[in-house]
Design a protein. Structure first.
Length: 147
């Protein structure tokens, strides 16, 4: 005997699936009273757990969650944020287009840095608003589930 005891996992495996244990583990258990005592304790624990009735919920969790999600969808109204985002993008692109309408050829052939930055700003605002919308929607769903 090496003096090293079996791990908790090896002891539990001996109780649950004895043929899967290695011959060294079985040999150790035959000669070690400490491990035999732990195996006996695990055996009592497993027997007691097997005699317990299976837990049963008094309600259907999936039906409750799906019902709350359906109620949320019915209560949801058209959000103006999508239209506000589209209007903001139109405004950010239309103002420079109107300002540079007489020199449209030069604007589109040699885009100025200001116009490029305005386009990038509009795209950034759009992405930011969409991310905020996703975060808000995620929080609403989590609140519905937690009710």
């Amino acid at each position: 005997m090496s003096g090293a005891h079996l791990s908790e996992e090896e002891l539990q495996q001996y109780i649950l699936d004895r043929p899967a244990c290695t011959p060294e583990d079985i040999a150790h258990l035959d000669g070690c009273p400490d491990c035999q005592a732990q195996v006996a304790a695990y055996g009592l624990l497993m027997e007691g757990l097997s005699q317990q009735p299976a837990p049963v919920f008094g309600f259907d969790v999936s039906a409750i969650v799906m019902g709350q999600l359906a109620e949320s969808a019915e209560r949801r109204v058209e959000r103006p944020s999508w239209w506000a985002t589209a209007a903001l993008i139109l405004l950010v692109t239309a103002v420079p287009a109107w300002l540079f309408r007489k020199s449209a050829y030069y604007v589109f052939t040699d885009i100025s840095a200001v116009f490029l930055y305005l386009i990038l700003a509009a795209a950034g605002v759009f992405v930011l608003l969409r991310v905020l919308h996703l975060i808000k929607r995620y929080q609403q769903i989590i609140n519905i589930i937690n009710k």
